[in-house]
Structures are given as structure tokens and as C-alpha cells.
Ligand binder design. Structure first.
Ligand code: TXA
Ligand code: MG
Length: 358
């Protein structure tokens, strides 16, 4: 299959291209499109055959449910068994935006979309191309991130083309995404709402609107056997091809450890990549040292993370070492994705002393 890539204008979507894409969705096909978080791979959420095609194109396990993207708040009532009060409050505060809510579904959503679950994940994206595509197709759009299963989520249309080129008819190219990490997921079917995936909307932001919120212990624990509730969080994905280790601790100790490991690996003929920050990048001796940006600008770090993981793949790194990020803001989401990419390989070097890196 030939994949057409259409570049979108900056402020108004190119209606001709979006209309072509909308027709593909209507007729049960797949379209990759930009959102503010990462690129999505969309299909008609209410068409079971279309949803199946998503799993096929991504190579995604069929028990991993999809997020349904809507363009207007009233669309929520179309797929919800009932709209919880807390969903309305959160929608008012954060939609359109990087927040996905899990609620009980009704029969308008097929089980193919929800991976067999009676609940459905819903999000209203804050991106004019995504919203226009939903509106023009007249469908609700089921969309996981538009990467091949197991690879880092795409933050550029080029990433989508790398993973899905030849497998889907259309990619709408909206340039680099704004946020770069997937949406926060909150499960409203629990008595106390539960964060299943950390993201740009933090626990504190959610609690300001709806009171107490908990975080799924399965995503906090560093792979110690507690099972995460969101099926997708159990897979080692967001992952580069090289083996990635996160090194945690004080700044000097982290630099010393990473350099020590780098020398060892290079002596074995391995190509070593290092993920540092503007403050530290010059201190590393890796074959490829990439900076995520300045430590105090976590938005930039979030936006660059997946792109940098992909860059190491392209440059054929064998092993990658990364600094760690642990603040309560978006830093928590950055660290969550890094740990998943690393398959929870973490080296703790805090005992060496020195000034704290985070
Ligand atoms: O930012 C985002 O959310 C992006 C853009 C494209 O909107 N989408 C995205 O989708 O990240 P995906 O499929 O890569 O991740 C969806 C996550 C998976 O971990 C999945 O298991 C979880 O949401 N999920 C979906 N429906 C669920 C449900 N009913 N119960 C629990 N977890 C659910
Ligand atoms: Mg994904």
C-alpha cells in the first residue's frame, strides 16, 4: 500500500487532505494524525472491523484497549453508560487536553475497541487537525499512539512513516507535537479515582478539581511484580532497540558511573549512547551524547525524549545510559516512560555522595 503524507498548515487544517482522511475513516480504514501529545493511529471507534485493523497495523496485542477520541463533550454521553459527575468536572477543567478518562461503556462501543473490557478510555485532543478529522468523519476515532508496538511513540510524522509507512493509506503531518508524552490516564470507575498512567496533567492538578486521587501502585513500583491496571502499561514499550539503563543518584556519582560503564562497554567494542542534560552533557565520554535540554525546562525534556530514543536506534547504539528525572510535575511522567523504555533496569549510585541531580 502506498502511504500519502499531507503537510498541514499551521493554523487552519488543510480541508482537502483532512476530508480525504475523513473518508478513509468513514469507510473503515486507518489514518495517522497529530495530537498535542503524540501522533495517533485512528479508525472508526464504533466499527469492530476498523478497530481490528489498528491492532494488525501496529502488531499490538489484542487485549490492549484503545483510547476513543471525541471532538465535543456531548460525544461522551454517546459512549458512556453514564457520565460521572467527576468526568464532567475534569472535562470542564482539562478538555480539550492531555487527559484520558476511563468510564463504563455502553453498547455503542464494540469490545474490539476496548480489548474486551466493559470500560472505555476517552479523550478530547487539543489539536485542530485531530478535532477537524473527528468532525469531518462523523465518527468517534479510536487511536493508540501511531508507533509499531514496542517502539517509542511518534512525536513527528517522520516517526510514523518509519513504523507504519506502506501499511496505512494516509499520514496527516502536523509537524512536531507540543507535549511529546502520552496523556495522563485517570480511571473514574474506581471509588477513589486512580491514575493509570502519569502525564502532563499531574495528580495535584486533578485533586484540585475532584478531591482525592490515587496512583496505581503498578506504575510506581520499579518492576517489582505489582501489575499495572492499564493493560498497556505492563508491556516493555516506548523502548529503543538498544539496552537502556537509567542511572539514579547524585550528579557527580551519576557522571562517574556512566563514564565508567561507557569505558567498559567501549572496550568490548559496543557503541554507547548517553542521555544527559545541558548541565552535564559535556562531562560524558559516550560515542553519542544527546542532551534532553536544560533540567529546569521539563516541558522540553518531555518533548524530546522519544525523539532521542529513536535517534539512538537510527545511529545504531548498542547500549544507552540515561540520567534520571523524578520531580512531582511532568518529571514523574518522564521517569515513568524512561523506566518502561529501560525495562526497569536502574542503577542506583546515591551512596557516592555529591550534589543531588534531581
Ligand atoms: O496521548 C495519548 O493518550 C495518545 C494520543 C494518540 O491520544 N494515545 C495513546 O494511546 O497513548 P495508547 O493506545 O498508546 O495508550 C492507551 C493506554 C494503554 O496503556 C491502554 O492499556 C490504556 O490506555 N487503556 C485504554 N483503555 C483502557 C481501559 N478501558 N482500562 C484501562 N486501561 C485502558
Ligand atoms: Mg502507545
Amino acid at each position: 500500500m502506498e502511504t500519502s503524507i499531507y503537510k498541514m498548515g499551521n493554523c487552519a487544517a488543510d480541508d482537502a487532505a483532512v476530508s480525504k482522511a475523513a473518508n478513509v475513516i468513514k469507510s473503515g480504514g486507518l489514518v495517522a494524525f497529530p495530537t498535542e501529545t503524540v501522533y495517533g493511529l485512528g479508525a472508526d471507534a464504533c466499527n469492530p472491523e476498523a478497530a481490528k485493523k489498528i491492532y494488525e497495523a501496529k502488531g499490538r496485542p489484542s487485549d490492549n484497549p484503545l483510547i476513543v477520541h471525541i471532538a465535543e463533550f456531548k460525544d461522551l454521553a454517546y459512549i458512556a453508560k453514564e457520565v460521572p459527575k467527576k468526568a464532567s468536572l475534569l472535562a470542564k477543567a482539562f478538555w480539550p487536553g492531555p487527559l484520558t478518562m476511563i468510564i463504563h461503556k455502553n453498547n455503542n462501543v464494540p469490545y474490539e475497541t476496548t480489548g474486551g473490557l466493559d470500560t472505555v478510555a476517552v479523550r478530547m485532543p487539543d489539536h485542530f487537525v485531530a478535532r477537524r478529522l473527528i468532525q469531518m468523519s462523523g465518527c468517534l476515532i479510536a487511536a493508540p499512539s501511531a508507533n509499531a508496538s514496542g517502539r517509542p511513540s511518534p512525536t513527528l510524522a517522520e516517526h510514523v512513516a518509519e513504523d507504519l509507512g506502506g501499511k496505512i493509506p494516509i499520514i496527516l503531518d502536523g509537524g512536531e507535537v507540543g507535549i511529546g508524552l502520552e496523556s495522563t490516564i485517570i480511571d473514574l470507575t474506581e471509588e477513589i479515582p486512580l491514575i493509570l498512567r502519569p502525564g502532563y496533567i499531574t495528580k495535584a492538578m486533578l485533586e484540585r478539581i475532584i478531591g482525592e486521587v490515587k496512583t496505581d501502585p503498578g506504575i510506581l513500583a520499579a518492576g517489582d511484580g505489582v501489575r499495572p491496571k492499564a493493560p498497556g502499561m505492563k508491556y516493555r514499550h516506548y523502548a529503543p532497540r538498544a539496552s537502556l539503563t537509567v542511572v539514579n543518584g547524585n550528579k557527580e556519582a551519576v557522571i562517574r558511573k556512566i563514564n565508567e560503564l561507557t569505558d567498559k562497554m567501549r572496550a568490548k567494542g559496543k557503541k554507547v549512547g548517553v542521555i544527559g542534560t545541558d548541565e552535564t552533557a559535556k562531562a560524558y565520554r559516550g560515542d553519542m551524547v544527546l542532551s534532553l535540554g536544560a533540567r529546569e525546562d521539563e516541558d522540553v525534556i518531555a518533548r524530546r525524549l522519544y525523539r532521542i530514543l529513536r535517534e539512538f536506534d537510527e545511529r545504531e547504539a548498542d547500549v544507552i545510559y540515561s540520567e534520571s528525572f523524578e520531580t512531582q510535575g511532568i518529571g514523574q511522567a518522564i521517569m515513568n516512560r524512561l523506566l518502561k523504555a529501560a525495562g526497569h533496569q536502574v542503577l542506583d549510585v546515591t551512596e557516592y555522595g555529591g550534589s543531588k541531580i534531581v
